[in-house]
Write a new protein. Sequence first.
Length: 188
Amino acid sequence: MSARAVRPPRRQRRAGFTLVEVMVAVVVIGVVLVGARAMLGQIADDADRIAGAAAQADREGNAEALLRAVAGRLEVAPVPGGDARFEGQPEGARFHSWCEVPDGWLERCRASVGFIPLDDGPALVLGLSTGEVVPLRRRIASGEILYLRDASDGGAWMRSWGASITPPVALGIVVDGDTSIIRIGERG
């Protein structure tokens, strides 16, 4: 007998995977997918938070621009059926102005700027007779509004402004020690 004939028959290995290998692969893919889903969910939450913070920053930035625009268009002429006088106290001021409407033009409106309590604490807000209430600053500790009577020689500031046809030159809005000067009307 030759050496070839004595050799045991060789088993051929089939191509493919065993059931254990398939199960391990399914478990690994499942863990990866669950991890990816959790990570994408966190990224989406972070994106929503960032978008919300950006929208809040835009509102605050645009609110001051709106206040400057409304104060710059202050109406001193008599308004039919209304009092066109400017009035101001340390906690707020009221006046007539011209406000933009959604259709793109200006209409007369009554404006007020002052300190009011909101859900998250005291706030400085701009209120318009159009129904719009725009928070200018939130969560403030202290604040007052001053009225510039005369800008010469460093300025003469008043704590209140009686009902008058003549408005002040500017508002000084003091919030937590920080002062914003808002020019009133169109001046030379």
